[in-house]
Design a protein. Structure first.
Length: 260
């Protein structure tokens, strides 16, 4: 399913903490000033730009450390914590061996927010950072609607946006490129399932998304699921993961350089 959001629909879902961090502003007065400017800028953008969400709720099951999408048989290999002292977690742990529902998704903001303001450095910076926040806000809004309506595993959820940003909801939304799902090249597999060009996303050779203001990942409903960092992995898991990805070890080593 594809959803188009107007900017005013997503503004309440913006997590301003990350916006302030991008500007490296720590003082309250500075944060209030930049937020006021940002909200005025968002009003100027209204009607000219939009954000998008694309998702599917699909049957899936886990096979060892791989999540298999039942209908398409697309296999999504996951990585397991391997360092001493960790819980040795893997996202596939939250998907049973028998078919269950999971979500796959991507969100994006109009590419023009990254290209239409080159003439003025301040506006360019503001537009790009707000585009990032709008893509994240689209993921937050979409996930809320999925939990309560489209998938409906939490129909009686009543959380404020602040509580959602604090991840008080049931389940998790691990994003590609983040600590529990660090391999950007998984986007090639999500593209096969979702057809990312529907919301204007293209992929680089490494699997990075363009426009930069894009988010992709999984939605898992397991009540005990939580976020974690895969961290460093050994050569044994690297070889196993490469085999499951059906790619050369040297290529996977480049994709996972931060984890080796």
């Amino acid at each position: 399913m594809k959803i188009t959001y107007d900017i005013h629909e997503l503004t309440p879902y913006i997590n301003w903490v990350y916006f302030y961090f991008s500007w490296q502003l720590k003082e309250k007065a500075q944060q209030l000033q930049i937020r006021e400017e940002a909200e005025a800028f968002l009003k100027e953008l209204e009607g000219r730009y939009q954000a998008y969400a694309l998702f599917q709720i699909v049957d899936a099951y886990s096979e060892h450390d791989t999540i298999v999408l039942t209908e398409s048989q697309i296999r999504l290999p996951m990585l397991r914590q391997q360092q001493a002292g960790s819980e040795y977690l893997c996202l596939a742990d939250y998907v049973p061996h028998t078919p269950t529902k999971i979500g796959i998704f991507a969100t994006s903001a109009d590419r023009g927010l990254e290209t239409d303001f080159d003439a003025e450095p301040y506006q360019k910076m503001m537009a790009q950072l707000l585009a990032d926040r709008l893509a994240e806000a689209a993921a937050e809004r979409m996930h809320e609607d999925v939990r309560k309506h489209y998938w409906g595993y939490a129909p009686d959820e009543h959380l404020s946006i602040k509580e959602m940003q604090m991840e008080r909801f049931v389940g998790i939304r691990p994003a590609v490129g983040y600590p529990s799902l660090p391999d950007l090249s998984l986007n090639f597999l999500l593209d096969k399932a979702l057809d990312l060009k529907q919301i204007g996303i293209s992929l680089t050779e490494s699997g990075a998304m363009r426009p930069h203001a894009s988010v992709s990942g999984l939605m898992l409903s397991h009540p005990k699921s939580h976020y974690f960092s895969v961290g460093k992995i050994g050569d044994d898991q690297l070889a196993d993961y490469a085999q499951r990805r059906q790619l050369p070890v040297d290529m996977i080593r480049k994709f996972l350089s931060a984890n080796i």
